[in-house]
Design a protein around this ligand. Structure first.
Ligand code: CP
Length: 314
Protein backbone atom coordinates (compact mmCIF):
# COMPACT_ATOMS: atom_id res chain seq x y z
CA UNK A 1 0.00 0.00 0.00
CA UNK A 2 1.30 3.44 -0.93
CA UNK A 3 -0.79 5.15 1.75
CA UNK A 4 -2.15 7.48 -0.94
CA UNK A 5 -5.90 7.72 -0.76
CA UNK A 6 -6.97 10.77 -2.66
CA UNK A 7 -8.11 12.79 -4.34
CA UNK A 8 -10.94 10.76 -5.77
CA UNK A 9 -10.80 10.30 -9.54
CA UNK A 10 -14.17 8.63 -9.79
CA UNK A 11 -17.22 10.28 -11.34
CA UNK A 12 -19.98 11.04 -8.82
CA UNK A 13 -23.71 11.83 -9.01
CA UNK A 14 -24.36 14.23 -6.15
CA UNK A 15 -26.56 16.65 -8.10
CA UNK A 16 -28.53 16.68 -11.34
CA UNK A 17 -26.08 19.43 -12.27
CA UNK A 18 -23.29 16.82 -12.36
CA UNK A 19 -24.66 15.84 -15.79
CA UNK A 20 -24.75 18.17 -18.76
CA UNK A 21 -27.73 18.10 -21.09
CA UNK A 22 -26.27 15.57 -23.60
CA UNK A 23 -25.21 13.27 -20.74
CA UNK A 24 -28.65 13.50 -19.14
CA UNK A 25 -30.31 12.78 -22.44
CA UNK A 26 -28.01 9.80 -23.09
CA UNK A 27 -28.66 8.45 -19.61
CA UNK A 28 -32.41 8.59 -20.23
CA UNK A 29 -31.90 6.76 -23.55
CA UNK A 30 -29.85 4.10 -21.78
CA UNK A 31 -32.48 3.80 -19.05
CA UNK A 32 -35.14 3.17 -21.69
CA UNK A 33 -32.91 0.53 -23.33
CA UNK A 34 -32.25 -1.18 -19.99
CA UNK A 35 -35.98 -1.16 -19.27
CA UNK A 36 -36.77 -2.67 -22.68
CA UNK A 37 -34.08 -5.38 -22.48
CA UNK A 38 -33.10 -6.08 -18.85
CA UNK A 39 -31.44 -9.37 -19.81
CA UNK A 40 -28.88 -7.48 -21.87
CA UNK A 41 -27.41 -6.06 -18.65
CA UNK A 42 -28.01 -9.07 -16.38
CA UNK A 43 -24.31 -9.66 -15.67
CA UNK A 44 -22.85 -6.21 -16.34
CA UNK A 45 -21.99 -5.59 -12.66
CA UNK A 46 -20.67 -9.14 -12.09
CA UNK A 47 -17.85 -9.18 -9.57
CA UNK A 48 -18.72 -5.78 -8.06
CA UNK A 49 -20.10 -4.76 -4.68
CA UNK A 50 -22.05 -1.58 -3.92
CA UNK A 51 -22.53 -0.16 -0.41
CA UNK A 52 -25.84 1.59 0.24
CA UNK A 53 -25.85 3.71 3.41
CA UNK A 54 -29.23 4.99 4.60
CA UNK A 55 -29.26 7.65 7.31
CA UNK A 56 -33.00 8.19 6.69
CA UNK A 57 -35.83 5.72 5.99
CA UNK A 58 -36.55 4.55 2.45
CA UNK A 59 -38.79 2.13 0.61
CA UNK A 60 -38.35 2.88 -3.11
CA UNK A 61 -34.73 3.99 -3.15
CA UNK A 62 -33.43 1.17 -1.01
CA UNK A 63 -35.35 -1.61 -2.74
CA UNK A 64 -34.86 -0.31 -6.28
CA UNK A 65 -31.11 0.12 -5.78
CA UNK A 66 -30.80 -3.30 -4.19
CA UNK A 67 -32.68 -4.94 -7.06
CA UNK A 68 -30.83 -2.83 -9.67
CA UNK A 69 -27.47 -4.00 -8.29
CA UNK A 70 -28.36 -7.67 -7.80
CA UNK A 71 -30.18 -8.01 -11.12
CA UNK A 72 -27.09 -6.75 -12.95
CA UNK A 73 -24.85 -9.27 -11.18
CA UNK A 74 -23.50 -7.04 -8.40
CA UNK A 75 -23.58 -7.51 -4.65
CA UNK A 76 -25.58 -4.86 -2.75
CA UNK A 77 -24.79 -4.12 0.90
CA UNK A 78 -27.63 -2.22 2.60
CA UNK A 79 -26.29 -0.46 5.68
CA UNK A 80 -27.72 2.00 8.16
CA UNK A 81 -25.49 4.51 9.94
CA UNK A 82 -26.59 2.93 13.23
CA UNK A 83 -24.96 -0.35 12.14
CA UNK A 84 -21.75 1.35 11.06
CA UNK A 85 -19.13 3.12 13.15
CA UNK A 86 -20.63 6.28 11.61
CA UNK A 87 -23.20 5.99 14.38
CA UNK A 88 -20.37 6.16 16.94
CA UNK A 89 -18.62 9.16 15.47
CA UNK A 90 -16.36 7.83 12.68
CA UNK A 91 -16.23 10.55 10.07
CA UNK A 92 -17.90 10.24 6.68
CA UNK A 93 -14.50 11.01 5.12
CA UNK A 94 -12.81 8.07 6.87
CA UNK A 95 -15.78 5.88 5.99
CA UNK A 96 -15.24 6.81 2.33
CA UNK A 97 -11.53 6.00 2.53
CA UNK A 98 -12.23 2.56 4.01
CA UNK A 99 -15.26 1.50 1.98
CA UNK A 100 -13.41 2.40 -1.24
CA UNK A 101 -11.04 -0.45 -0.44
CA UNK A 102 -13.93 -2.95 -0.39
CA UNK A 103 -16.65 -1.80 -2.75
CA UNK A 104 -16.99 -0.39 -6.28
CA UNK A 105 -19.55 2.36 -5.57
CA UNK A 106 -21.29 3.94 -2.57
CA UNK A 107 -24.91 5.09 -2.47
CA UNK A 108 -25.73 7.48 0.40
CA UNK A 109 -29.03 8.85 1.70
CA UNK A 110 -28.27 11.53 4.24
CA UNK A 111 -29.10 14.99 5.59
CA UNK A 112 -26.62 17.69 4.56
CA UNK A 113 -25.10 17.80 1.07
CA UNK A 114 -21.78 18.37 2.87
CA UNK A 115 -21.81 14.71 3.95
CA UNK A 116 -22.02 13.58 0.33
CA UNK A 117 -19.30 16.03 -0.62
CA UNK A 118 -17.12 14.77 2.24
CA UNK A 119 -17.58 11.21 1.08
CA UNK A 120 -16.81 12.14 -2.53
CA UNK A 121 -13.65 13.99 -1.42
CA UNK A 122 -12.07 10.88 0.04
CA UNK A 123 -13.71 7.95 -1.75
CA UNK A 124 -11.99 6.60 -4.84
CA UNK A 125 -15.19 5.00 -6.14
CA UNK A 126 -18.36 6.66 -7.50
CA UNK A 127 -20.70 8.24 -4.92
CA UNK A 128 -24.44 8.48 -5.60
CA UNK A 129 -26.80 10.88 -3.81
CA UNK A 130 -29.79 8.77 -2.81
CA UNK A 131 -31.45 11.90 -1.31
CA UNK A 132 -30.04 14.75 0.71
CA UNK A 133 -31.69 17.84 2.16
CA UNK A 134 -30.57 19.71 -0.97
CA UNK A 135 -31.40 17.31 -3.83
CA UNK A 136 -32.92 14.02 -4.90
CA UNK A 137 -31.22 13.53 -8.26
CA UNK A 138 -32.01 9.79 -8.68
CA UNK A 139 -35.70 10.62 -8.31
CA UNK A 140 -35.35 13.26 -11.02
CA UNK A 141 -33.95 10.71 -13.49
CA UNK A 142 -37.00 8.49 -13.00
CA UNK A 143 -39.32 11.49 -13.26
CA UNK A 144 -37.83 12.66 -16.55
CA UNK A 145 -37.95 9.15 -18.03
CA UNK A 146 -41.59 8.79 -16.98
CA UNK A 147 -42.58 12.13 -18.51
CA UNK A 148 -40.74 11.31 -21.73
CA UNK A 149 -42.45 7.91 -21.95
CA UNK A 150 -45.90 9.45 -21.59
CA UNK A 151 -45.36 12.67 -23.55
CA UNK A 152 -42.86 11.48 -26.17
CA UNK A 153 -40.52 14.40 -25.49
CA UNK A 154 -39.42 16.81 -22.76
CA UNK A 155 -38.40 20.08 -24.43
CA UNK A 156 -41.17 22.66 -24.48
CA UNK A 157 -43.41 20.91 -21.94
CA UNK A 158 -44.98 23.04 -19.22
CA UNK A 159 -44.11 21.40 -15.90
CA UNK A 160 -45.90 22.60 -12.74
CA UNK A 161 -44.59 21.64 -9.30
CA UNK A 162 -46.96 22.55 -6.47
CA UNK A 163 -45.91 22.32 -2.81
CA UNK A 164 -42.71 22.65 -0.82
CA UNK A 165 -39.59 24.08 -2.47
CA UNK A 166 -37.62 21.08 -1.23
CA UNK A 167 -34.89 18.72 -2.42
CA UNK A 168 -37.18 17.14 -5.04
CA UNK A 169 -38.14 20.58 -6.35
CA UNK A 170 -34.46 21.54 -6.56
CA UNK A 171 -33.54 18.52 -8.67
CA UNK A 172 -36.59 19.01 -10.90
CA UNK A 173 -35.72 22.68 -11.45
CA UNK A 174 -32.24 21.69 -12.60
CA UNK A 175 -33.32 18.63 -14.60
CA UNK A 176 -36.31 20.32 -16.20
CA UNK A 177 -34.22 23.30 -17.24
CA UNK A 178 -31.54 21.02 -18.66
CA UNK A 179 -34.13 19.27 -20.80
CA UNK A 180 -35.66 22.53 -22.09
CA UNK A 181 -38.87 22.42 -20.09
CA UNK A 182 -40.83 25.42 -18.77
CA UNK A 183 -40.66 24.75 -15.03
CA UNK A 184 -43.13 26.49 -12.74
CA UNK A 185 -42.81 26.02 -8.97
CA UNK A 186 -45.68 27.24 -6.77
CA UNK A 187 -45.01 27.34 -3.02
CA UNK A 188 -46.39 29.24 -0.03
CA UNK A 189 -44.39 32.40 0.75
CA UNK A 190 -41.35 31.41 2.79
CA UNK A 191 -41.15 27.88 1.37
CA UNK A 192 -39.55 28.67 -1.99
CA UNK A 193 -36.65 26.68 -3.43
CA UNK A 194 -33.28 28.17 -2.47
CA UNK A 195 -32.21 31.11 -4.66
CA UNK A 196 -28.90 29.51 -5.71
CA UNK A 197 -30.75 26.57 -7.30
CA UNK A 198 -33.36 28.81 -8.94
CA UNK A 199 -30.62 31.05 -10.38
CA UNK A 200 -28.62 28.07 -11.64
CA UNK A 201 -31.72 26.52 -13.24
CA UNK A 202 -32.54 29.84 -14.93
CA UNK A 203 -28.98 30.06 -16.22
CA UNK A 204 -29.26 26.52 -17.63
CA UNK A 205 -32.63 27.35 -19.17
CA UNK A 206 -31.12 30.26 -21.09
CA UNK A 207 -28.90 27.74 -22.95
CA UNK A 208 -31.54 25.03 -23.54
CA UNK A 209 -34.72 26.97 -24.30
CA UNK A 210 -36.09 26.06 -20.90
CA UNK A 211 -37.39 28.49 -18.31
CA UNK A 212 -38.00 28.76 -14.58
CA UNK A 213 -40.73 30.58 -12.68
CA UNK A 214 -41.26 30.61 -8.90
CA UNK A 215 -44.82 31.56 -7.99
CA UNK A 216 -47.11 31.64 -5.00
CA UNK A 217 -50.37 30.99 -6.86
CA UNK A 218 -50.90 27.25 -7.50
CA UNK A 219 -53.71 27.92 -10.00
CA UNK A 220 -51.42 30.01 -12.19
CA UNK A 221 -48.79 27.25 -12.06
CA UNK A 222 -51.27 24.52 -13.04
CA UNK A 223 -53.04 26.46 -15.82
CA UNK A 224 -52.33 24.84 -19.18
CA UNK A 225 -49.64 22.55 -17.73
CA UNK A 226 -48.61 19.29 -19.39
CA UNK A 227 -47.29 17.82 -16.14
CA UNK A 228 -48.41 18.32 -12.53
CA UNK A 229 -46.09 17.26 -9.71
CA UNK A 230 -46.29 17.36 -5.94
CA UNK A 231 -44.45 15.98 -2.92
CA UNK A 232 -45.03 15.74 0.82
CA UNK A 233 -45.49 18.99 2.70
CA UNK A 234 -43.10 17.96 5.52
CA UNK A 235 -39.93 16.14 4.46
CA UNK A 236 -37.90 13.75 6.61
CA UNK A 237 -36.37 15.75 9.44
CA UNK A 238 -39.25 18.30 9.45
CA UNK A 239 -41.66 16.22 11.54
CA UNK A 240 -41.91 18.93 14.22
CA UNK A 241 -43.31 21.31 11.58
CA UNK A 242 -46.01 18.92 10.34
CA UNK A 243 -49.01 20.70 11.90
CA UNK A 244 -47.88 24.18 10.87
CA UNK A 245 -47.10 22.98 7.35
CA UNK A 246 -50.51 21.30 7.05
CA UNK A 247 -52.08 24.71 7.79
CA UNK A 248 -49.85 26.70 5.43
CA UNK A 249 -49.87 24.21 2.53
CA UNK A 250 -53.63 23.61 2.38
CA UNK A 251 -54.10 25.46 -0.95
CA UNK A 252 -51.01 23.75 -2.45
CA UNK A 253 -52.69 20.42 -3.16
CA UNK A 254 -53.12 18.53 -6.42
CA UNK A 255 -56.84 17.83 -6.48
CA UNK A 256 -59.37 17.54 -9.30
CA UNK A 257 -59.66 21.33 -9.50
CA UNK A 258 -55.91 21.57 -10.18
CA UNK A 259 -56.12 18.82 -12.81
CA UNK A 260 -59.02 20.65 -14.48
CA UNK A 261 -56.82 23.74 -14.88
CA UNK A 262 -54.09 21.77 -16.65
CA UNK A 263 -54.18 20.45 -20.23
CA UNK A 264 -56.83 17.75 -20.80
CA UNK A 265 -54.08 15.15 -21.42
CA UNK A 266 -51.91 16.22 -18.47
CA UNK A 267 -50.08 13.65 -16.39
CA UNK A 268 -49.69 13.73 -12.61
CA UNK A 269 -46.54 12.65 -10.78
CA UNK A 270 -45.64 12.24 -7.11
CA UNK A 271 -42.29 10.86 -5.96
CA UNK A 272 -44.00 8.99 -3.08
CA UNK A 273 -44.63 8.25 -0.30
CA UNK A 274 -47.92 10.14 -0.67
CA UNK A 275 -49.93 11.58 2.17
CA UNK A 276 -53.32 11.02 0.59
CA UNK A 277 -55.75 13.80 1.37
CA UNK A 278 -52.94 16.27 2.01
CA UNK A 279 -50.74 17.17 -0.99
CA UNK A 280 -52.72 14.89 -3.34
CA UNK A 281 -56.24 13.51 -3.25
CA UNK A 282 -57.22 9.86 -3.67
CA UNK A 283 -59.24 10.85 -6.71
CA UNK A 284 -56.16 12.21 -8.48
CA UNK A 285 -53.48 9.70 -7.43
CA UNK A 286 -55.80 6.82 -8.34
CA UNK A 287 -57.26 8.63 -11.36
CA UNK A 288 -56.65 8.47 -15.12
CA UNK A 289 -53.98 11.20 -15.21
CA UNK A 290 -51.77 9.59 -12.55
CA UNK A 291 -48.53 7.92 -13.69
CA UNK A 292 -47.05 7.54 -10.20
CA UNK A 293 -46.64 3.75 -10.34
CA UNK A 294 -44.75 3.94 -13.65
CA UNK A 295 -42.69 6.68 -12.04
CA UNK A 296 -41.86 4.47 -9.04
CA UNK A 297 -40.93 1.57 -11.36
CA UNK A 298 -38.61 3.80 -13.34
CA UNK A 299 -36.40 4.30 -10.27
CA UNK A 300 -35.19 0.75 -10.94
CA UNK A 301 -34.37 1.23 -14.63
CA UNK A 302 -32.76 4.66 -14.32
CA UNK A 303 -30.60 3.56 -11.37
CA UNK A 304 -29.39 0.52 -13.29
CA UNK A 305 -28.37 2.78 -16.18
CA UNK A 306 -26.79 5.27 -13.76
CA UNK A 307 -24.67 2.65 -11.99
CA UNK A 308 -23.56 1.06 -15.26
CA UNK A 309 -22.49 4.48 -16.51
CA UNK A 310 -20.75 5.61 -13.30
CA UNK A 311 -18.99 2.25 -12.95
CA UNK A 312 -17.93 2.22 -16.64
CA UNK A 313 -19.90 -0.91 -17.35
CA UNK A 314 -22.33 0.28 -20.01
N1 CP B 1 -39.25 8.68 -3.55
C1 CP B 1 -38.40 8.10 -2.67
O1 CP B 1 -37.23 8.42 -2.61
O2 CP B 1 -38.98 7.14 -1.91
P1 CP B 1 -38.30 6.48 -0.62
O3 CP B 1 -38.15 7.58 0.41
O4 CP B 1 -39.25 5.41 -0.19
O5 CP B 1 -36.97 5.94 -1.02
Amino acid sequence: MSGYDGPAMARHFLSVDDLDTPELSTLLDRSAAVKASPRDVADRLAGTAVAMIFEKPSTRTRVSFEVAISSTGGHPLALSSAELQLGRGETIEDTGRVLSRYVDAIVLRTFGQDRLEGLARTATVPIVNALSDLEHPCQCLADLLTIREHKGNLAGLVFAYVGDGNNVAHSLLLGGAKMGMAVRVATPPGYEPIPQVVERAAEIGRTTGGSVEVLHDPATACSGADVLYTDVWASMGQEAETAERARVFGPYRIDQAAVDLAKPDCIVLHCLPAHRGQEITDEVIDGPHSVVWDQAENRLHTQKALLLWLMDRD
